[in-house]
Design a protein around this ligand. Structure first.
Ligand code: ADP
Ligand code: MG
Length: 395
């Protein structure tokens, strides 16, 4: 386990200025925050620091601004954040920020303006690191979702000020460590989603790490096609047949059992509950049919696999889950994983934008051990990469 400091190591922070990197990159519509999940994720850290008397200065990016414009100003988030936090929140822009920070007292919370209003933020420019560092006495990184970027506010600052992982970062790192770092074996991974090409590095890394690799979704079609199965008009990357074979070979050498479906749900058109819907063996897919989900026999076999493993990591839905009934396999297997987790036989960690949506759709996101909302950072972690924002905390 990589060692990093947490808020437990802080000591007396009363009156100290804490620069806290958080994720405030929330979806907005007509000036309103439409999903405040990310805001709520910052509460344990921000509340704890404020209660200990720190001056809490939140650093975050918002969108991809090309220049400082009101459209990308974090001033828009202030009121939503205030109501989530339940205490007053100040907003400080990049003009007169030093005086504004100096005017704050212990326990006060302020949102500093969008870090990306500085062109050098994304270049990890030492001048921008210095600009931020000047405002604080210590640095807390609580934004795992931005940790795959080596930016001034996510990486540079950790080398410049005493650096600590916030509570959300700490929870995420502990869960990921439990899932793939030093997991209890046997370990299974579910990898689904649309395309093999977007998750090649994930598959290559996982075959050397897990005991069971369960492949579903459009990616399963590519693997089936590589093995000579006729997948009809299914979404499949036929040009990746060689790559798929290489992954299967690497899995065999690493003693990783790959599970591909033996039955599938097909239709001639991709629409809700289409009249041509049927379930068949993978070898019976018609030339004019598309595989849109894995079948019930496959799901049953996979549920048996999950019953015999101790750890599960899941990225990617097993079928086109947004369109009924092609959500059936994903929902069924997610419920099995959730039940096993609740019974105490399984540690389950899941992540990925569509995966989180699918688990919410199945109503079981809260029953997994940990669900990461980090998107890109979660995938890079599944690829086995070192995340610069995390590495900087362990220097
Ligand atoms: P995540 O965001 O969790 O990493 P992906 O973006 O890789 O997941 O994949 C999710 C998408 O894959 C979903 O939109 C889903 O509809 C699609 N998908 C899954 N199985 C199939 C299939 N058999 N045919 C077409 N699309 C599929
Ligand atoms: Mg996606």
């Amino acid at each position: 386990m990589v060692a990093f400091k947490t808020l437990d190591d802080l000591g007396d922070v009363s009156g100290k200025r804490a620069l806290v990197r958080v994720d405030l990159n929330v979806p907005m519509q007509d000036g309103r925050v439409t999903d405040d999940t990310r805001l709520r994720a910052t509460l344990p850290t921000v509340t704890e620091l404020a209660d200990k008397g720190a001056i809490v200065l939140l650093l975050a990016h918002f969108g991809r601004p090309k220049a400082p414009t009101p459209e990308y100003s974090l001033a828009q988030i202030r009121h939503a954040y205030e109501s989530v936090l339940g205490r007053p929140v100040r907003y400080i822009d990049w003009e007169g920020d030093e005086a504004a920070v100096a005017a704050l007292g212990p326990g006060e919370v302020a949102i500093l303006e969008n870090t990306r209003f500085f062109g050098g933020e994304e270049k990890n420019d030492p001048a921008v690191v210095e600009r931020f560092a000047h405002l604080g006495d210590l640095y807390v990184n609580d934004a795992f979702s931005a940790a795959h970027r080596a930016h001034a506010s996510t990486e540079g600052l950790a080398h410049r000020l005493p650096a600590y992982a916030g509570r959300a970062m700490e929870a995420e790192l502990k869960a990921l460590e439990q899932a793939l770092g030093h997991p209890e074996r046997p370990v299974a991974a579910v990898v689904g989603g649309a395309k093999v090409s977007t998750k090649l590095d994930v598959l290559q890394h996982l075959v050397g790490k897990v005991d069971h690799l369960i492949i579903g979704g459009g990616m399963a079609n590519t693997f089936l096609a590589a093995r000579g199965v006729n997948v009809g008009r299914s979404l499949a990357e036929h040009d990746l047949a060689g790559t798929a074979e290489e992954i299967l070979g690497a899995a065999e050498r690493a003693n990783c059992t790959v599970h591909l479906p033996y039955d599938v749900v097909v239709a001639k058109e991709f629409a809700p509950n289409p009249p041509t819907l049927r379930t068949c063996n993978v070898h019976e897919v018609g030339a004019d049919e598309m595989i849109l989900d894995i079948g019930p026999a496959a799901v049953e076999a996979l549920a048996d696999v999950l019953k015999n493993v101790r750890t599960l990591v899941w990225n990617g839905p097993l079928g086109a889950f947004e369109t009924p009934p092609f959500d059936a396999a994903t929902v069924a297997l997610a419920r099995t994983a959730a039940a096993l987790t609740q019974e105490g036989s399984l540690v389950s960690v899941a992540g990925g934008g569509d995966t989180v949506a699918a688990l919410n759709h199945a109503g079981v996101a809260g029953d997994f051990t940990f669900v990461s909302t980090a998107g890109g950072a979660f995938l890079e972690w599944m690829e086995g990469r070192e995340l610069p924002g995390v590495a900087a905390l362990t220097h």
